[in-house]
Design a protein around this ligand. Sequence first.
Ligand code: CDP
Length: 806
Amino acid sequence: MNDMTPTSAERAEKLEGMGCKRKRVEDIRFVQGKGNYVDDLKIPGMLYGDIVRSPHGHARIKKIDTAKAAAVPGVVAVLTADVLKTVNLAWMPTLAGDMQMVLADGKVLYQNQEVAFVVAESREAAADGVELVEVEYEQLPVNVDPMKAMTDGAPTIREDLKDKTDGAHGKRKHYNHIFSWAAGDKAATDAAFAKADVTIKEFIVYPRVHPCPLETCQCVASFDKIKGELTLWGTFQAPHVIRTVGSLISKIPEHKIHVIAPDIGGGFGNKVGAYSGYICAIVASIVTGRPVKWVEDRIENLSTTAFARDFHMEMEIAATKDGKVTAMRCYTIADHGAFDACANATKWPAGLFSIVSGSYDFPAAYCLVDGVYTNKAPGGVAYRCSFRVTEAAYCIERAMDIMAQKLGMDPAEFRLKNLIRREQFPYTSAFGWQYDSGDYHTAMNKAMESVNYKKLREEQKQKRDAFKRGETRELMGIGVAFFTEIVGAGPSRACDILGIAMFDSAEIRIHPTGTGICRLGTKSQGQGHETTYAQIIATELGLPADNIMVEEGNTDTAPYGLGTYGSRSTPVSGAATAMACRKIKAKAQMIAAYMLEVHDDDLEWDVDRFRVKGNPERFKTMTELAWAAYHEVPPGMEPGLEAINYYDPPNFTFPFGAYICVVDIDVDTGTTKVRRFYALDDCGTRINPMIIEGQIHGGLTEAFGIAMGQEIHYDDDGNVTTASFMDYFLPTPVETPHWETDWTTTPSPHHPIGAKGVGESPNVGGVPCFSNAVNDAFAFLGSTHIQMPHDHWRTWTAAEKLGLHG
Ligand code: CDP
């Protein structure tokens, strides 16, 4: 070795592997407007579909007359439920075991429901056709209130189910009831409450909200009658699932369906499900023999494709008088809208909601969730969270603050007293989850020190005194939230979708020159997978990340996978990638041993090469071994250097974080200014710190939107009053606060590289933190719980109710 020979550290740095703030490779095309999205696709002879939607929240359809629409120049076909019935596609199965109308069959159950599909030579002609479809409706009583869904005399939402005593998840209690799902030990919990020193009970609502990806849901369907093959391009977070469900619904053999998800402009759970527009485009292509494009507009997106949350939670906590929690109990009504189209793993009708005991050492816990039908759009997706985890985190974090208030304890101190301790991991919660790893106290203490929590509380005390003396009209609130996520669905023993185990996959081929391609069953929607999977491979195989191409979203080339949502890509496919690399590395080691004429065991790995133990001058780099794999393999060994791994995780991963927010509220206008927001996240081993920071910024901005203004609201007649960005708050850079980010690193013990998911964390932890900050501002005046969203009007109203306006 001479002085010019790079050291191991220098060679490692050049690889741009794990831990490197590698620039996002996809940004080269994204920032130049050179991405390739569904709407960029133009196929000769392509037609355009547009949807006739119901103006009513609940109505019987007396008649549909399509004659005038069909006569519009350029209109080629008009589909209704009657047409779909001829191919047995008027209804489709949902991911939650329910059936859903593709086009309204006999009645409409929510406003903007799909009634007819007009297919035309141009978008404009299709829109003209939509205007001329004549539908005669007879209005029916509407119910948009989940708390009234199971009352006597409530309007029957699903006439097709009204006499069915059993649903997909057991007995039904009422004609509008979908499922009951319980977890935990009811008897032990009730007993703990019976002897508790202190208890709190609060009705906590997480309103209906909707993800806002830049790009709405869309597809192009092209059916080749000669080959009997369907190609479907679309905004799919889970392309393989769409292919399987598409085959089951359409009866087109699965190998004759090609699903391609090109670049996707944000998903956040919105692009997991199967929507009527997709089915109609497919049928229209079969009927017309031409490709058909369907692109949703913003109003259609906000008002019809899958919503999130709508959880109505009655939460209780029991504690000793010195502030140790002893039990929690939660009863929830979950509003699923008109069809149960929740995107959950099959066995989990309420998702992973039983993470609701949060980050605290509860000896006993119980929760019961009832799902109900209302006259609202279907859905129930994990909007930037793992199935229903955001609802759970919001519920427990609000409740912990309310209990701290009742005990007269500081909310951070109360949390520190009850957080699961480091030595308790792996920790089994009262609900049975095994939290893989955590160091909660270190995270919480670091957060408190970083913001100088003590000083903030002193300042708040002074401000409160000044407020009481009438010297200021401003209130200061300090929000604290500590959350634990459960991501990486999932272990096949716990999770499947329509019977398909929730593993994921990676296939890696290393070419002779030491470059390669990795294909995966996940699908990035902006998370930077092309950048980060290559970093895992770079570290595992010692090849520069720039030499690895990452490809997702083509069901013909990628191994079967369950897709990207609920921060599952890193915990599941990230693990599959590392495991596939290890198979390749094992083969490379045998080739190296053969070339160096030593035993396999005499070799050791050094960043990008195998070298002979005790003789580091003798080595073979991975690039040399790639070449050798194609011409110099040991006798009897197959040539080539590739591997595939289907990874069934042994457990979920449990990322966590400590967030602190400071707000200043003008009680006379309700105006709330976010002075500081500090977010400490622990996602185990960090693959790309820059991408993680970007994920946190994006997720916190969404959390800010949700907590401070978003709600998909229906009036009593079933009109959705927040179906555009005029009424639905989408934060722009003007409103978005500055984010301070931080981290600790507690690797997952069961993940091959110790990584946990991170993409969802800021939404999960951010929402309760904002809400706690606003609530904390008013707590000293006796207020216990102000419902989200905390827009200025609602905050002004809260101040008014407290008599602060004189
Ligand atoms: O499934 P999804 O991609 O939405 O979420 P994720 O697995 O949390 O990953 C989001 C992005 O953050 C990906 O580009 C990951 O590679 C990156 N990430 C990371 O760099 N380190 C981690 N420990 C977790 C995620």
